[in-house]
Design a protein around this ligand. Structure first.
Ligand SMILES: [Zn+2]
Length: 129
C-alpha cells in the first residue's frame, strides 16, 4: 500500500509574485531529495542561491497549468512562472525526463477551496533554448 505514503498538494500551488496557478491541487507529489537540488537566487531578490531538499514533483510538463523555463545550466533546466517570469521556482534534469521539481519555498500554497474559483487556461510554455 505504497499509495498511503504519497503526499499531494492539498491546494493549488501559485506564483509567489503574480498569483498565477502553477499546479492544481493534487497535481504534485511531495518528494524528498537527499542530495538536494541547487537553485540559483530568484531574479527579484538579492538572496543567495540555495539547495532544496524537499520538492513538489510532477512527472509530466503538461501537469503544469502555467510554467516556463528560464535558463539551462549544464544539465538542469530551471522552471519559472510563465506569466511574470519570476524564477527559478524549480528545476528539471535533462537526465531525468520524468521528474519536474518545484521548490515549496519559492511558491505560494493556496488553501483548499470549495471549488468556486476560476481556473486559468493551461498554457505550457515551449522550451526556450
Ligand atoms: Zn508569476
Amino acid at each position: 500500500m505504497a499509495e498511503a505514503l504519497v503526499k499531494k498538494n492539498p491546494g493549488k500551488i501559485l506564483c509567489e509574485k503574480c498569483g498565477s496557478v502553477i499546479l492544481l491541487e493534487n497535481a504534485a507529489i511531495w518528494t524528498e531529495v537527499p542530495d538536494g537540488i541547487y537553485l540559483p537566487a530568484m531574479k527579484t531578490t538579492d538572496g543567495e542561491g540555495a539547495k532544496g531538499y524537499e520538492f513538489w514533483t510532477v512527472s509530466d510538463m503538461f501537469a503544469f497549468e502555467n510554467v516556463g523555463f528560464c535558463n539551462t545550466v549544464e544539465n538542469i533546466k530551471y522552471l519559472a512562472c510563465a506569466d511574470c517570469e519570476i524564477g527559478p521556482i524549480g528545476a528539471h534534469m535533462l537526465s531525468d525526463k520524468k521528474t519536474f521539481y518545484v521548490s515549496p519555498l519559492r511558491v505560494k500554497h493556496d488553501v483548499p477551496s470549495d471549488g468556486t474559483d476560476t481556473v486559468d487556461d493551461a498554457q505550457p510554455a515551449p522550451c526556450a533554448e
